[in-house]
Design a protein around this ligand. Structure first.
Ligand SMILES: *Cc1c(COP(=O)(O)O)cnc(C)c1O
Length: 454
């Protein structure tokens, strides 16, 4: 490959060869290559969706989502844990996804007033909603109190005072958990680590007990427990174990001091395999929860995002052209970093699979897979073994269901992609492609500006 564009491989994967297409599909049972119909998500040929909606298009698998939710719920039940799953809405906030999970019994973890209203609009009951985040505004706290949601997770002494004043003014008592920073390194990408002392999240461990005691004296505040969330895409169990052990110690200290602690919110963060590496599985996490928190007689709240939705989504794209440069080639897609920003933002690796069965099995050689956006970071894959792909050929970018469409922008005046949902043999559009003119429909040109002369 071209040395000038050689990737800075992260140490975790340096030297690991990329899995080939057959290997990628073998560990993703919801995806299957059919000799005539090409790549299927559940029972639907993805080419049929690309034909109908064009590309780029996001597609989510409802059956896959249900199966993942049920596997996690079963692991928790199997460990006899009094745990409730609150889906982290920021991973994928589409109403269809939220409604499906609500139907399975999920609550929601929201991080903004907008997400709170989305969760309510999708039918998630307020008593199943918790509100996290480091900078909730007064208006957002009021909205949460208006709807009497289950719990507000506080991240600072300043936020406690702010909420106490608002709640007292409204004649309400806010149920709160203190989000504690356990000073644990999740060992994941720096941009998705949240539990080290230097991160902006949570109340310093050493301050938490005193703040809890003060919260209990404030009118308008009812402290119900503690919360912790150490980061995202965590595939080892040790960081979870360390964090939960620290929280368990704090629960015991608080109780010794006479405080009531009924809830431990364990956050999210469970990682998924983006290649074919072994992932942390729900049973492993359930075992850690049981060992560290099982004897405390507290209700557990789990806030998984990525683990539930990540593998259930793909981003379909078409090849615009293949640019030859020296000995290398650039496969230029019609999807870009404005659609899926994870490779540019987190150096993320995503599997890329041609929709056509013949193309998928053809001999592969290295290529750079890029988008058309005017940024050198607009790269989906470097040095990736792929077959020859002609203009118009279509591919699926795998594991794009979490932190995908929700992080899209219209940078380069590229409209937001269409979104579809497959459910077994059926599929439907859940959001049409944004119309080009809709991108500036709400803009105004100052009326005193002259109209340009033709
Ligand atoms: C982002 C976030 C989650 C979800 O994280 P995942 O890695 O997607 O599971 C859960 N809780 C909080 C507080 C978060 O900020």
């Amino acid at each position: 490959m071209n040395a000038a564009i050689a990737p800075a491989l992260s140490p975790a994967v340096a030297g690991t060869p990329d899995p080939d297409i057959a290997t990628l599909l073998a560990v993703r049972p919801h995806l299957r290559m059919h000799a005539q119909d090409g790549l299927l998500l559940e029972g639907v040929p993805l080419a049929a969706i690309a034909d109908a909606l064009g590309t780029p298009t996001w597609v989510y698998g409802a059956g896959t989502l249900r199966a993942r939710y049920r596997a996690l719920a079963a692991a928790l039940a199997g460990a006899k844990l009094p745990a409730h799953i609150h889906f982290a809405v920021k991973a994928n906030d589409r109403l269809a996804v939220l409604r499906l999970l609500a139907g399975e019994g999920a609550g929601a973890d929201v991080v903004s007033g907008g997400e709170l209203r989305r969760a309510l609009a999708a039918g998630i009951p307020p008593e199943r909603i918790v509100f996290s985040g480091v900078g909730k505004t007064a208006a957002e706290l009021r909205l949460a109190l208006d709807h009497d949601i289950a719990q507000i997770n506080l991240e600072s002494a300043e936020e406690l005072d702010m909420l106490a004043a608002i709640a007292a003014g409204m004649g309400r008592a806010a149920r709160v958990a203190l989000r504690v920073n356990p000073d644990v390194d999740a060992g994941t990408h720096a941009k998705i680590s949240t539990g080290r002392a230097a991160d902006k999240f949570g109340i310093p461990y050493a301050d938490a007990a005193a703040l809890y005691a003060r919260a209990a004296t404030l009118p308008g505040i009812e402290p119900v427990g503690l919360a912790v969330h150490i980061g995202s895409q965590i595939r080892a169990l040790a960081p979870f174990r360390d964090a939960y052990r620290r929280i368990a110690g704090l629960v015991r200290d608080l109780r010794t001091a006479g405080q009531s602690v009924r809830v431990v919110d364990c956050g999210g963060g469970l990682g998924i395999p983006y290649r074919d590496e072994p992932g942390a599985d729900p049973a492993g996490l359930a075992g850690v929860l049981r060992a560290e928190l099982g004897a405390l007689d507290v209700a557990l709240v789990l806030e998984p995002g990525r683990w539930l939705v990540g593998p259930a989504g793909v981003l379909l794209a078409s090849v615009v052209l293949v640019k030859r440069a020296g000995t290398g080639r650039f496969i230029v897609l019609d999807a870009a970093m404005n659609d899926l920003i994870r490779p540019a933002m987190y150096d993320a690796w995503h599997g890329i699979v041609p929709l056509d069965a013949v193309a998928a099995l053809a001999p592969a050689r290295p290529a750079e897979v890029v988008g058309p956006v005017c940024e050198s970071s607009d790269i989906f894959a470097r040095d990736r073994a792929l077959p020859e792909l002609a203009p118009g050929a279509r591919v699926a970018i795998l594991d794009a269901g979490a932190y995908g469409a929700v992080m899209s922008s219209t940078y380069n005046a590229r409209p937001l992609a269409a979104e579809a949902l497959v459910d077994g043999e059926r599929w439907t559009t859940i959001r049409p492609r944004q119309e080009v003119a809709a991108m500036w429909r709400d803009e105004t040109i100052p009326p005193w500006f002259a109209t340009p002369r033709p």
